[in-house]
Design a protein around this ligand. Structure first.
Ligand code: ATP
Ligand code: MG
Length: 452
């Protein structure tokens, strides 16, 4: 039987795995700067966590969860999003009783939703997200928006748009819900079946409908921003003010409603404005969720977060032709002639790796000519050749693969020789931190492997 991958899943290898690793490293770097610590939670949780946390009225809970009974008859769900699990863990491990407030956490994990697979929409997908607990300061909302904005900027992704809205506090939501129900009541038959169900459960959801999104009934609906009470308005105005202080462009858009039940106050989406990207163009979404910790029986704790869809981000980078630094290179490739030389080459290869070089060896007993080709294919800076004469006289032939020049180097001088040559070759970029971060790299012509 020929087994293939399940519908809506992806394999990552070679370039795509490199991209994944690169983005994880970038996420790690950005989170470090902002003071977020990594959090790892289980891939499955009790189903109840999501029905209560994400909300009974959400598409995720209604249609998209991978839920099953395990052999002990417990109802288990593969996590469809990251926040509920983090909040569960935050409460269970009493992370609120920590003197580091706000508690800042990040994750990069796979999520599962039973959706119709298409470009940018999968059944297993990756999210990088941040959550900050313990402050309702609007400055923190602006900070959370600034994280993906900075990440995209660092990646060179310029065509993005921040769309922001406020869902207000509970009072605001209740008033607005009433107004929406009055407005939609006479039109309900003209909306899709899902919207008819949403009408009584949570009419706000209707505004997030993908089927009816261009329907004038939706477009002319009352706007939540006209219903914000004084505190909600003040909070929202302050978030916008702090965004302006950071020079972050945004567009207030009352259609940003978000598909999850737990949001309050500021909610936002970041869209890739790239031609041909298709309808799955929201690469990041988030907002404030001041009631979720309390709803899950934790102490009243305000919180704000976001999640980036990594596959969509990769797609955006691809469409914009933004290359990821290629780490498919070798410092050294070992070539040998005969069994005795092979043993020695194998040992030198290992020693070089211990010393921090990226080194590899011929595993196929190739001819010299074939090995030079192989060294080129592997993008090696140097080839080391060990033959009879080298063995007898205790030296190594080191061939510069670019210039084809060969030099005889004594065994004991090998690492210092390579160190000197390689740092020359790399033009020795001293910005350890730059990690292809063009903005922070002060070297005009930085050719190091990191920046290249
Ligand atoms: P959409 O409206 O596109 O269904 P969503 O509102 O369900 O998105 P969130 O739950 O807010 O999305 O998830 C945050 C981000 O995760 C999205 O903006 C998107 O980039 C990504 N994402 C969500 N669902 C998927 C999926 N099925 N496949 C790939 N990425 C996804
Ligand atoms: Mg969705």
């Amino acid at each position: 039987m020929h087994v293939t991958k399940m519908k809506g899943t992806l394999d990552f290898f070679d370039d795509s795995a490199l991209k994944y690793q690169f983005l994880e490293d970038k996420a790690n770097m950005v989170c470090h700067r902002f003071g977020f610590n990594k959090m790892i939670t289980p891939i499955f949780e009790a189903t109840e966590l999501f029905t209560r946390g994400v909300g009974e009225g959400s598409d995720i809970v209604n249609k998209e969860m991978y839920t099953f009974l395990d052999k002990g008859e417990r109802s288990i769900t593969l996590r469809p999003e990251g926040t509920a699990g983090i909040v569960r863990s935050f409460i269970e491990n009493k992370l609120y009783a920590n003197d580091r407030v706000p508690k800042k956490l990040w994750y990069l994990e796979n999520m599962f939703r039973y959706e119709r697979p298409q470009s940018g929409r999968y059944r297993e997908f990756l999210q990088f997200g941040c959550e900050a607990f313990g402050s309702d300061d609007p400055m923190l909302d602006a900070e959370l928006i600034s994280i993906p904005v900075l990440l995209f900027e660092m990646l060179g992704l310029k065509k993005v748009k921040v769309r922001i809205n406020s869902l207000g506090d509970v009072d605001t939501r209740e008033n607005y819900k009433k107004a929406l129900m009055e407005y939609f009541a006479p039109h309900i038959k003209d909306l899709c079946e899902d919207c008819q169900a949403r009408f009584s459960k949570n009419p706000l959801r209707i505004l997030d409908c993908k089927v009816d999104k261009d329907n004038p009934i939706l477009k002319n609906a009352p706007k939540i921003l006209d219903y914000l009470n004084t505190e909600s308005q003040a909070h929202f105005d302050a978030v916008l003010k702090y965004l302006e202080a950071l020079d972050i462009d945004y567009e207030v858009d009352s259609r940003v409603i978000r598909g999850l039940d737990y949001y309050t106050h500021a909610v936002f989406e970041i869209e890739a404005e790239i031609e041909g990207f298709g309808s799955q163009n929201v690469i990041c979404a988030g907002g404030r969720y001041d009631n979720l910790v309390g709803d899950l029986e934790g102490p009243d704790t305000k919180a704000v977060g976001f999640a980036i869809g990594l596959e969509r981000l990769m797609l955006a980078l691809e469409k914009e032709n933004i290359a990821i630094p290629d780490n498919n290179y070798l410092d050294v490739y070992l070539i040998y002639l005969g069994e005795e030389a092979k043993e020695k080459a194998f040992a030198i290869n290992h020693m070089l790796r211990i010393m921090g070089f990226k080194s590899d060896i011929d595993y196929n007993n190739r001819t010299i000519k074939a090995n030079f080709k192989q060294a080129e294919r592997l993008n090696a800076s140097f080839a080391i050749i060990i033959g009879e004469d080298e063995l007898k006289n205790n030296y190594l032939t080191v061939r510069n693969m670019q210039t084809k020049e060969e030099e005889q180097v004594k065994n004991k001088d090998l690492t210092s020789y390579l160190d000197a040559k390689l740092s020359q070759e790399e033009d020795s970029c001293s910005c350890d931190d730059c990690n292809h971060d063009e903005e922070h790299c002060k070297h005009d012509e930085c050719h190091c492997n990191k920046c290249e």
